[in-house]
Design a binder for this molecule. Structure first.
Ligand SMILES: [Zn+2]
Length: 257
């Protein structure tokens, strides 16, 4: 009955509709910088500006807080979460670390079905990138990074999806730093990851994936704080670039774990 709608074309009526509309609008404003980091979100004023009651506004703010876009006391003062280079460093180091483990395990096990899904994601990203539809591109991009590691297991695939969701703001900022050019710049990187997977070269796939993530990260950190040194990310990338001997214990031989 209350099944969430897949598109914004036919939202639910009543408060549910208001929550979706308010959440979508505030999320967009935070991601594109209209609501700058640190901006105070006074609920009475926001409710008036958006023409909604406090109940759907509170729910929308709770969802934004879950996304990491809003911080503070729910019933008191809330503000747009600040951008911290240290948090960005941690975020990307975690992504490189987890995806490196997952991709090394997944590369020998990817199926024809997984490769077909990856090709579909690449084609979708090309199409949506050309149209400048960032939100839909972001969903195809999330699916791509999940399809790369499908054989690594549901928990890992789910966690990578959540991490990518939390990084939406950083990716959006990056497209602004890059003057809106999303697809052409990363399409070549994504293609080279798939080529390494197709060649069943786990070291090359891990390296290409880490270089892709770190490339975006370094560029954005440079724009946010040129003096900051992302030590965690540099360490994660160095680990990703280190070849793993084929003599190493494999996922299917846990005797040494
Ligand atoms: Zn990517």
């Amino acid at each position: 009955m209350n099944t969430p709608q897949q598109t914004s074309a036919a939202p639910r009526r009543g408060d549910g509709q208001s929550v979706a509309v308010v959440y979508g609008r505030l999320r967009r404003d935070i991601l594109n910088g209209t609501l700058a980091p640190g901006t105070e979100l006074a609920q009475a004023r926001l409710a008036q500006e958006l023409g909604v009651s406090r109940t759907p506004l509170r729910e929308a703010l709770r969802m934004l807080s879950r996304d990491g876009l809003v911080e503070g006391e729910p019933h008191r003062s809330l503000r747009v979460t600040g951008i911290s280079p240290a948090e960005m460093d941690q975020h990307w180091a975690l992504r490189v670390g987890l995806e490196t483990i997952a991709i090394r395990v997944a590369v020998p096990l990817l199926t024809l079905q997984d490769f077909a899904a990856l090709e579909g994601d690449l084609a979708q990203m090309d199409y949506l990138g050309e149209r400048g539809d960032f939100e839909a591109w972001d969903l195809a991009h999330r699916a791509f990074h999940q399809h790369l590691v499908m054989p690594a297991g549901d928990e890992i695939v789910r966690t990578i999806g959540e991490m990518i969701d939390r990084g939406a703001r950083y990716r959006r900022m990056w497209t602004y730093v890059r003057h809106g050019a999303t697809s052409p710049l990363v399409a070549g990187k994504h293609r080279s990851i798939v080529e390494a997977c197709t060649a069943r070269d786990a070291d090359a796939a891990a390296t290409a994936n880490a270089d892709h993530i770190a490339g975006v990260a370094y560029e954005l950190l440079e724009a946010v704080d040129p003096a900051f040194r992302p030590v965690l990310l540099a360490t994660a990338v160095a680990i990703a670039q280190t070849p793993v001997s084929s003599e190493s214990p494999r996922a299917d031989t846990p005797a040494n774990v």
